[in-house]
Design a protein around this ligand. Structure first.
Ligand code: ADP
Length: 487
């Protein structure tokens, strides 16, 4: 195999630990870390949001990229580039600093200039490469925010020979977010002379879809699990783009996300009070005891704790909860902790549960990284009954922490969790197939009844903790794809 050093420019709207709302941030950081370790020249580019904690890292201005003027339609913006290393690595991250666009107190907005914010990220990334005299072999793009890069490369920057050999790979982390805007926004993007790159039908119906354009214009497409790669080619999961994805199926592959076990490992995790391995699993119980105490719930031996950490959106299976959780709580003695925030209807429902079962349930609204680790370590069972799940990371973290997941068989959940079967003692989790309340009820009840059998539970836990989804393995698949794309 060709093992030459590749120049990879990875552009992402989120990178851990600087700015994160979901798995995209973890994956971007992991690719940055492990591609560098594999000897490649990887450079990350992201927005300099005001929510980034500038005290936690040292940021330097890039001398040759200060006070740059850029035009979008009638608007003129100015930006600088700053840089910092990805913590504990030699991987450079470049930050597009434009307070007018990126100081909004959150990563994503519903503001009318949302498409412009990420068009700026995309064009600033290209112009930074020009300033560095660095022609990437691969532009690795992520989700709709960066999906217009191939169009810009072929149009506004088509004159620049620096990019004559550059290829683009677009990774779909979640097809449900497409960046769909009114068609007139094309004028703000400086692309009105190039409307033929966009779907004519969309334009006719006054729409402009960033992701759809990226799907047709990028050299290769990836998504974050093999099962999701298949699912999105069907009308059920295709979010209206399944036709295009079927057309491009030769160039679409699913590569399962890995996990950074430097961050998520109960043996070394600095966020949990008692570190443990499968050999010192009794210390997991101590994490549970302390977590329950901190949450204001009572601890009793043999009473299971169910955990969940998620964005509270319908994707995550929250429509299945109503009725099922109430019955389960009445049937079993259990404790439950849910961490997340999102749509009001789900937050209200979780508050209602907490109000009605105050000695059993705690809903912690918000985003809390250390608490998410303590929940993984302290819980016995982890809930992830997603309607769809491109990959999902929490269920993989859960395996490592011996926290047995209850999942629906979809996307990355299907690729990472082996269904438990008591007859032949197989499996690492409780898996249901159909997205309905009875399936969810069945899986949860099965998990809770199995929990009562200590020996069976210990075996599942041991098996789960032995599974390896490290990036060290998965990164090779990206490298092979890059090499195949440039050859
Ligand atoms: P998605 O990207 O769809 O949100 P994933 O399971 O792929 O789902 O990744 C979610 C990531 O975000 C995980 O690392 C998870 O621990 C983290 N996360 C989600 N919600 C919260 C929260 N409220 N507090 C802390 N971490 C969270």
């Amino acid at each position: 195999m060709n093992t030459r050093e590749l120049k990879i420019c990875l552009i992402s709207s989120e990178v851990t630990p600087f700015a994160k709302t979901g798995g995209l941030a973890d994956v971007s950081a992991a690719l940055g870390k492990y591609l560098k370790m594999a000897g490649h020249d990887i450079r990350l580019i992201m927005p300099f949001y005001d929510v980034i904690d500038t005290t936690a890292n040292t940021f330097y201005p890039v001398e040759f990229a200060r006070h740059i003027e850029i035009h979008f339609g009638s608007r003129t913006l100015y930006y600088d580039i700053w840089t910092a290393n990805l913590p504990a690595t030699e991987t450079p991250v470049y930050f597009v600093h434009c307070p007018e666009m990126f100081s909004r107190n959150r990563l994503y907005t519903d503001d009318p200039d949302e498409p412009l914010r990420f068009a700026l990220l995309t064009r600033a990334s290209i112009e930074l490469c020009q300033r560095m005299h660095w022609g990437p072999d691969i532009f690795h793009l992520n989700d709709w925010q960066t999906a217009l890069l191939p169009v810009y490369l072929k149009t506004l920057y088509g004159w620049d020979q620096l990019f004559s050999e550059s290829k683009s790979i677009l990774t779909i982390h979640n097809l449900a977010y497409q960046g769909s805007f009114p068609a007139e926004r094309i004028n703000d993007l400086n692309l009105s002379d190039y409307y033929s790159y966009f779907d004519a039908n969309d334009l006719y119906y006054d729409k402009l879809n960033f992701l759809k354009t990226g799907l047709t214009q990028s050299d290769k497409l990836t998504t974050v699990s093999p099962t999701y790669a298949k699912e999105i080619q069907t009308p059920e999961f295709g979010e209206g783009l399944d036709g295009i994805l079927r057309m491009r199926s030769q160039n679409l592959i699913g590569i399962l996300n890995g996990v950074d076990y430097d961050e998520w490992n109960p043996e070394t995790d600095p966020h949990i009070p008692f570190n443990y391995t499968s050999k010192s699993i009794h210390l997991k119980e101590k994490n549970k005891e302390l977590l329950l105490k901190q949450l204001g719930l009572s601890y009793r031996k043999q009473v299971p704790l169910i955990g969940m950490i998620a964005r509270l959106v319908s994707q995550k299976g929250l429509d299945l909860f109503e009725g099922v959780l109430e019955s389960i709580i009445q049937q079993f003695d259990l404790r439950m902790v849910l961490l997340g925030s999102g749509e009001e209807q789900y937050e209200k429902y979780l508050y209602y549960l907490q109000l009605n079962f105050p000695d059993k349930i705690v809903f912690y609204k918000g985003y809390d990284y250390p608490l998410s680790h303590r929940i993984e370590a302290g819980s016995d069972i982890f809930l992830m009954p997603s309607r769809f799940e491109p990959c999902g990371l929490n269920q993989i973290y859960s395996l490592k922490y011996g926290t047995i997941p209850v999942v629906r068989k979809t996307g990355g959940l299907a690729d990472t969790i082996e269904p438990y079967e008591w007859q032949d003692q197989k499996g690492t989790g409780f898996v249901f197939e159909n997205y309905d309340r009875s399936g969810f009820y069945w899986a949860l009840e099965y998990a809770l009844s199995t929990y009562a059998y200590r020996e069976a539970w210990d075996t599942i836990r041991k098996r789960a903790m032995s599974r390896d989804f490290s990036w060290k393995k998965q990164i090779q698949k990206y490298i092979s794809l890059y090499l195949a794309t440039v050859s």
